[in-house]
Design a protein around this ligand. Structure first.
Ligand code: P6P
Length: 334
């Protein structure tokens, strides 16, 4: 018997008391927005949505037309429901406060509307990443500082990967669940419950072209992997790099592995490339909820106290024993 996302959320609300009616509504609205984004992505050239939008986002990156479409879909879908106080997006410089014409709720939604945009035009998997926080009671009104909470404060996190299947992956703090879009029914159907990442792996994901810029602990780890059976690890490793975090993380949640986008000396003032609030935090919570680990080298990512909405972070996440090894290499260095 198929369990739809809606039924799963009702049961989480009723049986486990894990989520409020407003959070359930929020997650159903986000899932519906992801369906719309999937539809636009799947049209590709036929929808006239490929290519650049001739504009830049707050990161100074050229925006793709689909980046902007996905952002608008998420904003419009979530404004009217009464469950949100405000939203924050990789594609917007500042937060988007729910307009006065709608009721305001207690939740804060953050998202990367279309992660992996460089892959859009070459038909490689991309995805939407989202994170949900609650406004802290002490906070009157809502401002950017309302969002600056450590990742361990998240109440929900997930992504939707637009690949051969469109799959929504979600946690509300009670394990990780995967829902595959049934296009005939138009609904997300539960296809994987309580996802568990193997603690060991033979697969690492990193952009090797940056090797000469890495810090010593990362170089040591990758060198040892490349030495294979004859080296200190005593086994051969495989490498993957899709350059779409959603796709790389989905592979790790599905079969294990370690994903790394570490600090490097190309831009030493930046802690990393990936964004803490709407990429690293939601992915780190999913990975931990599935039995994995996520660090920035020295610290657990979910414990980091953000100081800026769009701040970046070094990311090492995946199979627990590999991340712990990398953590020990970083501690030995400091
Ligand atoms: P590079 C996509 O632009 C992204 O933000 C992540 O999804 C991905 O893991 C990374 O950047 C790829 O970066 O430097 O390999 O192109």
């Amino acid at each position: 018997m198929n369990i739809s996302l809606s039924r799963f959320l009702v049961e989480q609300q009723r049986a486990k008391g894990h989520i409020s009616a407003e959070l359930r509504l929020l997650l159903e609205v986000v899932a519906r927005a992801c369906k719309s984004i999937s539809h636009a992505v799947n049209k590709g050239a036929l929808g006239g949505v490929l290519g650049s939008a001739e504009s830049e986002n707050v990161q100074g990156e050229v925006q793709k037309k689909l980046d902007i479409i996905a952002n608008e879909v998420l904003i419009e879908a979530n404004e009217w429901g009464g469950h949100l106080a405000a939203m924050a997006s990789e594609e917007m410089d500042s937060i988007h406060i729910v307009p006065n014409r709608y009721p305001q709720g207690e939740y804060l939604l953050l998202f990367d509307p279309l992660d992996g945009s460089s892959n859009i035009d070459v038909n490689v998997s991309i995805g939407t990443i989202f994170s949900v926080l609650k406004k802290q009671d002490s906070q009157e009104g809502v401002s950017e500082s309302s969002f600056l909470q450590p990742g361990r404060q998240q109440v929900a996190a997930g992504y939707c990967v637009y690949g051969p299947q469109t799959t929504l992956v979600l946690t509300v703090g009670d394990g990780v669940f995967m829902f595959t879009l049934d296009r005939e029914q138009g609904s997300f159907v539960l296809t994987q419950s309580d996802v568990q990442i193997p603690e060991d792996t033979k697969e690492f994901a990193i952009n090797m072209s940056n090797m000469r810029h890495w810090d010593q602990p990362v170089r040591r780890y990758i060198d040892e992997c490349l030495q294979g059976k004859e080296g200190p690890r005593g086994k051969d490793f495989n490498m993957r790099w899709i350059a779409s975090m959603v796709a790389d993380v989905h592979r790790i949640l599905t079969r294990g592995g370690v994903f790394m986008y570490p600090w490097d000396k190309r831009e030493p003032h930046k802690p990393g490339k990936l964004r803490l609030m709407y990429e690293a935090n939601p992915m780190s919570w999913l990975i931990e909820q599935a039995g994995g680990a996520a660090i920035n080298g020295q610290q657990r990512i979910l414990d980091l106290q953000p100081t800026q909405l769009h701040e970046r972070v070094s990311v090492i996440l995946g199979s627990k024993n590999e991340v712990e090894r990398l953590h020990s290499y970083h501690l030995q260095q400091s």
